[in-house]
Design a protein around this ligand. Sequence first.
Ligand code: FO1
Length: 308
Amino acid sequence: MRLTALAGGTGAAKLLRGLVASIPPRDLTVIGNTGDDTDVWGLHVSPDLDTVTYALAGLLDIERGWGRAGETFRCRDAMSALGVDVWFNLGDQDLATHLWRTAALRAGCTLSDVTAELTRRLGAQALVLPMSDDPVRTRVQTPESWLAFQEYFVRERARPKVVDVEYSAADRARPAPGVLGALRDADVVVVCPSNPVTSIGPILAVPGIYEALDVTRARIVAVSPIIGGAAVSGPAGALMRARGLPLSPAGVAMAYSPWLDTLLVHDTDRDRVPEVEALGVRAVVTNILMTDRAGEAALARALLEAAR
Ligand code: FO1
């Protein structure tokens, strides 16, 4: 069974780990969000590609949800001592990834080349593709100003009110090599429980990807990142509200309409099933909270069952 997953951020990492416990990693292709990419200390950082890669390679710091396990921050502390305003923390092992990626990009490699080589060297068997090799940057409008995504999410701790969100330069971006084929040839497309607006939204904004999802013969299954009217983690609630999406499983189905076939919703949202099905999306009620490795594997199995 060939699986293609749309992924970004922490919720995706857990489900992907569960999936590779159920299917051979070589049958999994992950299309990662690059709208969160940022420049830190002159280095190109791709948070969602790295989170996915580290998760699949067994290197992710699970509690934090990003960066490497067993991390130290000596370089960050030395940068702080030099008077640099450090608000985006790069760990020492994580730094190697950014140093290596930035050198390869400067040598003329594409982000796809870099990501494929990085996942191979770090030992992640699945194929990780950036959504595009062209720069797309998620920006958040607050009452005071427009912020780059990491300024909003990390520096401002997602506190400012969100007025609007944009994916700058998305209209000029092309799907990375292999992305459209991975959507066309998949048996199942999985939309991970990521933020529909800032993790999945940028992927859908790359011309050609939305259309590929609309025509693929693959069964498209998503896991709701919203349980009981709130996001499981992160600022999905504030961002969905800014986009006029109800904070409910139906709001998630609307974000992925009309190409979504099935949405996995949490046991406690059973009463929200009619709203989801009214949108033409089949709702499957199960435990979608992944609190440990067993939970990740169980949700992955439930998803594969729902996709059959
Ligand atoms: N998130 C934080 O809340 N604080 C950080 O200092 C931070 C550093 C960081 C470094 C590398 C990386 O790959 C991710 C990092 N993140 C941090 C998480 C990141 O903001 C999010 O993973 C995504 O951008 C949103 O899903």
